[in-house]
Design a protein around this ligand. Sequence first.
Ligand code: CU
Length: 148
Amino acid sequence: MPVAALACALALTGCGAGSGSGSSKAELSVSGSYMPQPVSADMAAGFLTISNKGGTRDELTSVSSDAAGQVTMHSTTGGTMAERSSFAIPAHGRLVFRSGGNHLMFDGLRHEPRQGQTVTVKLTFAESGPLTVEMPVKSATYNPSTGH
Ligand code: CU
């Protein structure tokens, strides 16, 4: 048995604290996904939160969508946007993509997403299996904190 697994087994009460599951693997779920209706005909942004209830970190390694030729992951630091090849999802933590911060960028749109439609997005991870998200298209000025 690997040392890390043994240590975890010995401290099992600590590992499972709060969740009740006792699982040490990453347990990923997606919430709050949306795409503001794009103002440009060929580029759109997307936002979502990935939560990890498990005791092991994972990494978002790629994103794809049948609505776009390419989806890239960007971080925003001090007003500067940079493309990233992966984003960490900490154990018992969250990875947040939100307006003004980390974001997904959809390039080469196959059709113009309209408010009320959904866009299918596939998330690929280093450890966990892929997740498919039906991302709703909201108004161009949608604000998730107010719901408008
Ligand atoms: Cu960007």
